[in-house]
Design a protein around this ligand. Structure first.
Ligand code: HEC
Length: 107
């Protein structure tokens, strides 16, 4: 009985830790889908492309800004885009698209 309880707690703890790690990393595939639907109208979303909107930085450029992190990207997506005030993403979408952008980092 005691063992079963300990096992249960251990499983619960690892599920929480595992879930948190997953949630923080974001899903780059889902991010790509979102980028295709929502961002590609202006930004180059794949490596080596030119942005449709010349003032929108290409995602691979953003990814390769020195020191760029998922946290920084998510924060910049939370503040409104100067040129597109209507762009509102859910926390999950921000996380996923940040994971996708960072997947374009060279190296
Ligand atoms: C209507 C055109 C347009 C769309 C759609 C668009 N962007 Fe942008 N984005 C811009 C422009 C222009 C800039 C540069 C000037 C600015 O920040 O407004 C920019 C800048 C950025 C930056 C850099 C912000 C910074 O602080 O330097 C990020 C990151 C970004 N966009 C991500 C996204 C993501 C992710 C999407 C899709 C969910 C998206 N954008 C959709 C036009 C767009």
């Amino acid at each position: 009985m005691k063992h079963a309880l300990e096992m249960g707690i251990a499983l619960l703890v690892s599920a929480i830790i595992g879930g948190a790690a997953l949630a923080q990393e974001g899903d780059a595939r889902a991010g790509l889908t979102l980028a295709q639907d929502t961002c590609a109208a202006c930004h180059a979303i794949r490596r080596g492309q030119q942005s449709t909107n010349a003032s929108a930085p290409a995602f691979d450029k953003i990814a390769n800004v020195p020191g760029m992190t998922a946290i920084a990207l998510q924060a910049s997506l939370q503040t409104s885009h100067r040129s597109m005030p209507n762009l509102i993403l859910s926390t999950e979408d921000r996380r996923n698209v940040a994971a996708y952008i960072l997947s374009l980092k060279a190296n």
